[in-house]
Design a protein around this ligand. Structure first.
Ligand code: DC
Length: 224
């Protein structure tokens, strides 16, 4: 079974997708981390973000893999070409680069093929932007999470503080909100697989819901 969880940045996807996967005993795949890994690699190699053949070559030829932190049930480490990029893919520089990289058709084709292979192996909760529309259009459960932009900015701020410490999180609330709105606009208006809810997705506004309420809701629908 595939549980597809799509939605914009900060909608709570990652947190609830992981918890739902744990509760269901499913595998978990963060497809955004794959686009981020390609974007990080492009920056590392000094490749222009409009150089479609070079970006496609990275996505096609450089293996992306996931690792488990000791004792953790779900994968949280991300590697590209055996380089651990777990932290690097969450920096503001990668945040900026990932939208143009993920808009490249060749990049999408290469990563979608990998995601489909991974999802065929076992029951999986897969989160991203196009899981229900492009990666697994036949997914048994499709959830599209949304939340008001201000709520999403606040969540991203807390996440950054957790990841990098309060001082290391250099972006303030206004900048994060502007970045979220910029990415929403970009991701929703790109030509290939734009961010839209599948016709048969269940749309859930999580602005005023707790994490456990959202997880319960998903687990109940998956079990139904
Ligand atoms: O979920 P995230 O913020 O880590 O995703 C990073 C970027 O990757 C986001 O700007 C959109 C893109 N993305 C995508 O185009 N398709 C996916 N399935 C997942 C992410």
């Amino acid at each position: 079974m595939i549980v597809a969880i799509d939605g914009p940045a900060g909608s709570g996807k990652s947190t609830v997708a992981k918890l739902a996967a744990e509760r269901l005993g499913f595998a978990y795949l963060d497809t955004g981390a794959m686009y981020r890994a390609v974007a990080w690699r492009a920056l590392e190699l000094g490749i222009a973000l409009d150089d479609e053949p070079a970006l496609t070559a990275i996505a096609t030829n450089e293996p992306i893999s996931f690792g488990y932190l000791k004792g953790e049930p779900l994968p949280s480490e991300v590697y590209i070409n055996d380089i651990d990029v777990t932290r690097e893919i969450r920096t503001p520089a990668t945040d900026l680069a990932v939208s143009p990289v993920s808009a490249v058709l060749g990049v999408r084709e290469a990563l979608v093929a990998q995601q489909q292979r991974i999802g065929m192996l076992q029951d999986t909760v897969m989160e991203g932007r196009d899981i229900g529309t492009a990666v697994f259009p036949g997914a048994e459960l499709k959830v599209f999470l949304t939340a008001r932009p201000e709520v999403r900015a606040e969540r991203r701020l807390c996440q950054n503080a957790e990841r990098f410490g309060k001082e290391a999180s250099s972006m303030d609330r206004e900048a994060i909100l502007a970045d979220i709105i910029r990415r929403d606009t970009y991701d929703s208006s790109r030509e290939h697989s734009p961010l839209v809810a599948a016709d048969d997705a269940l749309v859930l506004d999580t602005s005023d819901m707790s994490i456990s309420e959202v997880v319960d809701w998903i687990v109940n629908h998956a079990a139904a």
